[in-house]
Design a protein. Structure first.
Length: 754
C-alpha cells in the first residue's frame, strides 16, 4: 500500500455552533471528537452563516462564509488551499448553503486542491432536477461520501449512480453516557415519581408533536402521572417567519385535550450536558415525524444510544435503527397507535428494560470516540484514492476578463420607485413624474426582485419595494374584465380600463416567477391566486408576444406547481399557436413568425425553446432554436458586436433592418433566450451569444459607448445613430439589471460545474 505522510490537518466546512441547527451541532461534535481522539491533528472550521450579524464563533472557526455570498465560497476555497489542509470534511444539507438547492457550495468544493469527504445529512429519494444536479455534482467532486444509514447508501447507488466503493456508512455519533435508572435524574426536573416521555429537537410542524398530544388523553386514563416533555427552541426560520405561533398552537392543543398538567414545554436550545440530563430522566423517547423522508435523526441516535425505549414513526432512519425489536414503530399520523404503544411499554416493564439494554449495547458502537476513528479511516482512504492535479493560480485570459461582470448596483432602481410603484421614465437620472407608472415596468421589477433574492443580493429596502411592485399588479388587475390595466398617472388614476395584451402577459410572467421562485409563502400564495384569476384570458389573445410572455410565466409557475393540468394545457396551446405561426410564415430566407421583426423579438423563440424542452416537443424546440439562430445571425454588427433590430422602422420582410434606435430590451431578450438555448442543448455557442448581447450594454455596440451608467446603476434608454439617449428610464434600467442577474446566475451555475 502506498505510504502517506501522517494526517496533520482536517478542515471542517458546514454551519457551526452557536447557530441553532442540528447540522451545526453535528459539525461541532464530530470536530471535537476527532480532535479529542487525535490530539495532534489540527481541525480548523469554515462556518456558513445565515444572518448578517453573524455569530460569536469559538476560536476554531477560522473563516466565515455568508450563506448567500457566492464569491465568499471561492474565497473560502482559497483560504483552505493556502492553509494546506490534508482533507476537507464537508457537512451537506441542501438548506444551509446559498443558491438554488444549495448550489453555492459547489463553487467552493470544485476549487479545493485536497480530497473532500462529504457527510450527507439528507439523501432524497425523489429529488427535483436542481437537487439531483447539485448532489450528483457534489458526489463527483468528493473523494468519499459518508451516510449514516444503509438506506442512504442504497439511495446513493440506485438513484444517484454513486459507486459503492466510494460510500462509507458511519452512524451518527452519540455521547458516551452510563446506563442509568431514569429515576436517578427525575428530581432535577421536578418529575420524580412520574413516567416521562420525551421529544427533543428544534420545534417545527414536521415533527408530529400534535399526534403525541392527541394520544395523551388515552395514556393519562391509565397512567395519570405521565408527563410529556417537549424540549427545544422553535426553529429560528419558523420564528423569523411566524414568531411563536406554532408553539402556542401546541400549548392550546394540550389545554383543549385536558392534559396541560401532563405536558412540559422547555423553549430553549440546550447544550450537551443539559440534554444528557433530560435524556437520562426519560422512560420512553418518542419521534413522531410525519413522513418517511428522514435519512438521519440525531435525536433518535442520542436517545437510542443512551439506552432508552423508543417509539417512532417509520421514517427511514428509525426503520433501520429500531428493526428486530429494538424499538416500536407506529404508523404516521396515528395518535391511537402512539397511545397504544406507550401504554404497552409502561405496562410491560420487563420488555421495556430489555429493549433499553439492547439499544444501549448497540449504541456503544455509535459513541463519538468510535465514530471519530471511522471518520479518520475515511479521511485516510480518501487521501490514498484521490488523485488531484494541482490547481495553479493563473491570471485570467483576455477571454475570461471579457466575461467579468460589473457589480450589481440598485441606487437608480430605488430612486425610480416610490410608494406606488416604479416610474416609467426619467429625465437623465431624475424620475419623471409626468408619465406616471405602468404595469409593464412593475412586472419586470417584480421579476428582478425574485432573481435578486435567489442571488443573495442584500438590499435593505427589498422587502418594501417587492411589496410595492406586487401591490401595483394587484391594483392593476380589474376583476370585472379579468384584465390588467397598464398606465397609471402620477395621481394614481388609471388612464385606461384595459391594458395591452402584452402588458397582461408580462404581469403573468411576474406572477408566475413569484410562485416559482419566492421564498415567501405569503407572496407565493398571493401570486398564485392572482395568476389563477388572470391567466385564463391569455387564451383569448392574438399577440404572439403576449403568448410568449404568458408561456414564460407558466414555466415559472410550473417550477413549483407542475401538477397543474390547466397550466400545462395552456402552455401547450400557446406553444402550438407560436409553432403554427412559424410553420405558416417562415421560409429558408425568412425564418420568423411574422412578416415583420419588431420588439422584444427573442422572447418568442425563448418561449418555444422552453415549451419544447420541458414538454419534450422536438418540433417546438427545433423551431425555437432555428428562429433564435436566424435572429442572432441578422443582429450582428461590424466586428461581431450585437446590433439589435432598431425601433426606428423595425424590419419588414423583403426590406432592410433598421439599425437605430437600438433598445435595451432587445439585448435582454436575446440574452435570456440564448441562456435558455444553452440549457436546452449544452451548446457553448449560445453562451457566447449571450455574452455578446450583454456586452452591448457595456460598449460592445456599433458606437462603442456604454449604455450602463456605473455611477447611478441605471441604463440609458437607447443607442441612436450618433449618441446614447441619456435618459435612464425604467424599461432600460430593468433590462440591464435583469440581464446582469441572468448572467450572474449563469456564471454561478457554470462555476459549480468546473
Amino acid at each position: 500500500m502506498e505510504s502517506l505522510t501522517p494526517l496533520r490537518k482536517v478542515a471542517f466546512l458546514g454551519d457551526y455552533v452557536p447557530r441553532q441547527c442540528g447540522i451545526a451541532t453535528f459539525t461541532a461534535d464530530i470536530r471535537k471528537a476527532v480532535n479529542l481522539r487525535y490530539a495532534d491533528l489540527q481541525c480548523p472550521v469554515v462556518a456558513v452563516t445565515d444572518r448578517p450579524e453573524g455569530y460569536d464563533y469559538p476560536p476554531e472557526v477560522r473563516f466565515e462564509i455568508p450563506e448567500r455570498d457566492l464569491p465568499a465560497y471561492r474565497r473560502a476555497a482559497d483560504f483552505l488551499n493556502l492553509g494546506n489542509a490534508d482533507v476537507v470534511c464537508v457537512q451537506h444539507e441542501f438548506g444551509i448553503y446559498g443558491g438554488v438547492a444549495g448550489a453555492h457550495l459547489l463553487a467552493a468544493v470544485s476549487a479545493l486542491r485536497m480530497p473532500v469527504v462529504t457527510t450527507l445529512h439528507t439523501v432524497l429519494r425523489e429529488p427535483n432536477p436542481e437537487q439531483r444536479r447539485v448532489l450528483s455534482e457534489l458526489a463527483r467532486l468528493s473523494a468519499r461520501l459518508i451516510v449514516m444509514s444503509e438506506h442512504g447508501a442504497e439511495f446513493l447507488k440506485e438513484i444517484y449512480r454513486v459507486p459503492a466503493e466510494k460510500i462509507d456508512v458511519i452512524p451518527h455519533g452519540i455521547p458516551d453516557v452510563p446506563f442509568a435508572d431514569p429515576n436517578y435524574h427525575k428530581d432535577q426536573f421536578g418529575v420524580e415519581g412520574r413516567q416521562v416521555l420525551l421529544t427533543f429537537g428544534l420545534l417545527s410542524p414536521n415533527k408530529g408533536i400534535e399526534n403525541v398530544l392527541n394520544a395523551l388523553p388515552e395514556i393519562v386514563k391509565e397512567f395519570p402521572n405521565v408527563v410529556y416533555i417537549v424540549l427545544g427552541a422553535t426553529h429560528p426560520n419558523l420564528v423569523r417567519d411566524q414568531g411563536e405561533t406554532y408553539r402556542l398552537s401546541l400549548e392550546r392543543l394540550a389545554q383543549k385535550n385536558g392534559v396541560s398538567r401532563n405536558v412540559l414545554f422547555f423553549n430553549r436550545f440546550v447544550g450537551l450536558d443539559e440534554l444528557t440530563e433530560f435524556i437520562g430522566a426519560t422512560d420512553i423517547y418518542i419521534t413522531p415525524y410525519l413522513n418517511e423522508a428522514q435519512i438521519t435523526s440525531g435525536t433518535l441516535a442520542y436517545s437510542f444510544g443512551a439506552g432508552k425505549a423508543v417509539i417512532s414513526t417509520p421514517y427511514w432512519h428509525a426503520r433501520e435503527l429500531l428493526a428486530d425489536g429494538r424499538g416500536i414503530l407506529v404508523p404516521f399520523n396515528n395518535a391511537p397507535a402512539i397511545a397504544s404503544a406507550v401504554r404497552h411499554l409502561l405496562t410491560e416493564e420487563t420488555e421495556r428494560h430489555a429493549m433499553r439494554k439492547q439499544a444501549y449495547k448497540i449504541g456503544r458502537e455509535m459513541v463519538w470516540s468510535n465514530v471519530a476513528r471511522l471518520y479518520v479511516d475515511a479521511f485516510e482512504r480518501a487521501r490514498l484514492e484521490e488523485r488531484h492535479a494541482p490547481a495553479a493560480f493563473t491570471a485570467p485570459t483576455l477571454d475570461r476578463r471579457r466575461g467579468e461582470l460589473p457589480a450589481a448596483k440598485y441606487t437608480h432602481l430605488l430612486r425610480m420607485t416610490d410608494g406606488t410603484g416604479m416610474f416609467q421614465h426619467a429625465t437623465f437620472s431624475v424620475p419623471n413624474f409626468q408619465h406616471g407608472y405602468c404595469t409593464d415596468d412593475n412586472a419586470r421589477a417584480l421579476i428582478l426582485m425574485m432573481l435578486m433574492d435567489e442571488l443573495g443580493d442584500v438590499l435593505p429596502e427589498a422587502y418594501r419595494i417587492t411589496g410595492t411592485y406586487a401591490a401595483f399588479l394587484q391594483e392593476a388587475f380589474n376583476p370585472v374584465t379579468r384584465r390588467f390595466r397598464n398606465f397609471m398617472a402620477f395621481n394614481r388614476v388609471w388612464l385606461e380600463e384595459m391594458g395591452s395584451e402584452d402588458s397582461h402577459g408580462r404581469a403573468l410572467w411576474a406572477l408566475g416567477t413569484c410562485v416559482g421562485r419566492s421564498r415567501s409563502h405569503s407572496l407565493r400564495e398571493w401570486a398564485a391566486q392572482l395568476f389563477e384569476a388572470a391567466v385564463g384570458m391569455a387564451e383569448t389573445f392574438t399577440s404572439p408576444r403576449a403568448w410568449a410572455f404568458t408561456i414564460l410565466g407558466l414555466h415559472e409557475y410550473l417550477r413549483t406547481l407542475s401538477g397543474d393540468l390547466m397550466a400545462n394545457r395552456l402552455r401547450e396551446t400557446l406553444g402550438e399557436r407560436l409553432l403554427g405561426l412559424f410553420q405558416n410564415v417562415a421560409d429558408e430566407k425568412w425564418m420568423w413568425f411574422e412578416d415583420i421583426v419588431t420588439y422584444d423579438n427573442a422572447r418568442i423563440s425563448h418561449a418555444l425553446i422552453l415549451t419544447g424542452r420541458w414538454m419534450e416537443r422536438e418540433d417546438m424546440l427545433d423551431a425555437g432554436l432555428k428562429t433564435l439562430g436566424w435572429l442572432a445571425e441578422h443582429q450582428r454588427g461590424d466586428g461581431g458586436c450585437f446590433r439589435p433590430i432598431g425601433s426606428d422602422g423595425f424590419w419588414q420582410r423583403n426590406g432592410e433592418p433598421a439599425r437605430f434606435d437600438q433598445q435595451p430590451i432587445e439585448a435582454n431578450a436575446m440574452l435570456g433566450a440564448c441562456l435558455e438555448a444553452h440549457a436546452a442543448t449544452g451548446d457553448d455557442k449560445w453562451q457566447e451569444e449571450a455574452m455578446v448581447a450583454f456586452d452591448w450594454f457595456l460598449g460592445g455596440n456599433d458606437l462603442g459607448l456604454s449604455l450602463y451608467d456605473a455611477q447611478t446603476g441605471g441604463c440609458r434608454d437607447g443607442l441612436h445613430l450618433d449618441r446614447t439617449n441619456q435618459n435612464e428610464g425604467a424599461e432600460s434600467t430593468l433590462a440591464f439589471l435583469l440581464s446582469l442577474s441572468e448572467m450572474r446566475r449563469a456564471q454561478n451555475a457554470l462555476a459549480t460545474l468546473h
